[in-house]
Write a protein that binds this ligand. Structure first.
Ligand SMILES: C[S@@+](CC[C@H](N)C(=O)[O-])C[C@H]1O[C@@H](n2cnc3c(N)ncnc32)[C@H](O)[C@@H]1O
Length: 398
């Protein structure tokens, strides 16, 4: 057994130490802790290890408030929230070489009970997958999920779940349960205190109670969210994120804005009152359907949605500002080419993966310079950080 001193955090919140010149990533170890470790994976240029014994603990460590140690969902439950925010801020500062224009992270009001959606695996047991495996860790409740979700989960665990593979529970203004698999005990499910229930079997959805959508309101924007469309999982932080987009975008009534990866139109509709026109594009047909319904119920006239792959976009009119909010993989080559040729004077890049954000900013740097980045804590108790960044065109094209 080796005794080591942990030097720093890695990107996911594991401790890093060096042994005989080799980097070792130690799960559940914190900077400045002295620990005995056991190597669990040995690669040529690094190893992974777990803690066998703590010799000296860090003062940022807390007892995890979650009883399910093995569940792979959260990886920062063992540090105090203030320290988690420092970890996230430092991560962004280091990744972007401590440039001056990184703003303070926008913290969450609620460290727990913020998730409006969870997906639970079912296979004899009911719970989350253990990290890097398909073993189910049984859970009775999830600290990150909204209380309404935990109430539903509690009543579901009492039912016969034979032939069910997965359960998704959503809670916004109303609640939804999506059952993946087959059910025979319909009555039991219909008696659950859930507004909308859908069964997903052989890739086909059947609504057995209520509607195939749920509703929510973001500040003054009413939303219809279809069963399979992307929706941000932390409502309070989403409102802060979108207001940060407005602050950094400095929109005005002459602006035509292109909102790429627009989902159900949330950002487009949120900013519509500040600008002349918004064009939203999105690959998911159902999301675009919802975006158009959302436009209608909010009586917004200056926003137009199109179902389109971002990398196939061709715009003939002048666009002043472009918002991109891609999935974790970031922007592909064609989309980067489009942005570089676009002649937009501002690009606002919303990203849930700082690594691809950095890569893409680098690919845009011939024509755009990074002005500001604001990290936003959308996912407390996990290592994930959302960022809003604003890039300005270096010089307009003729
Ligand atoms: C991170 S979500 C952002 C959604 C929205 N901006 C919001 O805040 O709710 C990314 C969205 O990009 C869409 N998407 C993924 N790949 C795409 C592509 N190649 N072209 C257009 N949209 C895409 C997804 O369907 C998803 O709705």
């Amino acid at each position: 057994m080796k005794e080591v001193l942990i030097n720093k955090f890695d990107y996911e919140g594991n401790g890093i130490t060096t042994l005989n010149g080799k980097k070792i990533f130690v799960n559940n170890a914190l900077p400045n802790e002295k620990v005995q470790i056991e190597i669990i994976e040995n690669k040529s240029n690094y190893s992974k290890a777990r803690v066998k014994k703590f010799i000296k603990k860090s003062n940022i460590r807390r007892n995890s408030p979650c009883p399910y140690e093995e569940c792979g969902g959260c990886n920062l439950l063992h540090i105090h929230y203030d320290d988690e925010l420092k970890f996230k801020q430092n991560k962004i500062n280091e990744l972007f070489n401590n440039i001056e224009n990184i703003n303070d992270i926008i913290p969450a009001d609620n460290e727990f009970n913020y998730r409006n959606k969870i997906t639970i695996k079912v296979d004899k047991k009911i719970g989350y997958y253990k990290k890097n495996s398909h073993d189910i860790v049984p859970i009775k409740k999830c600290l990150l999920a909204k209380n309404e979700i935990n109430e539903i989960l509690k009543s579901i665990t009492k039912l016969n779940l034979k032939n069910i593979k997965e359960l998704t529970i959503k809670s916004s203004e109303d609640t939804m349960l999506i059952i993946k698999g087959e059910i025979s005990n319909y009555k039991d499910f219909l008696n659950l205190n859930v507004d909308n229930i859908l069964v997903l079997n052989n890739n086909k959805y059947t609504c057995i109670k209520g509607n195939d959508f749920i509703t929510d309101t973001l500040q003054d924007i009413k939303l219809i969210i279809k069963k399979d469309s992307f929706y941000q999982i932390n409502k309070k932080q989403t409102i802060k994120l979108y207001n940060e987009i407005i602050r950094l975008g400095k929109f005005n009534k002459n602006d035509t804005v292109l909102d790429m990866y627009c989902g159900i139109g949330t950002i487009s509709l949120f900013i519509s009152k500040y600008v002349k026109k918004v064009i939203g594009i999105e690959i998911n047909k159902n999301a675009i359907k919802s975006a158009n319904e959302n436009k209608k119920i909010n009586n917004i006239k200056n926003t137009y949605f199109h179902c389109l792959n971002a990398n196939e976009i061709k715009i003939t009119e002048k666009v002043d500002k472009i918002i991109v909010d891609p999935p974790r993989g970031g922007l592909d080559k064609k989309t980067i080419e489009f942005l570089n040729k676009s002649n937009a004077n501002v690009i606002i890049y919303v990203s849930c993966n700082p690594i691809t954000l950095k890569r893409d900013i680098e690919l845009l740097k011939q024509f755009y310079s990074l002005k500001e980045i604001t990290p936003v804590d959308m996912f407390p108790n996990t290592h994930h950080v959302e960022c809003v960044s604003v890039l300005h065109q270096k010089s307009p094209k003729k």
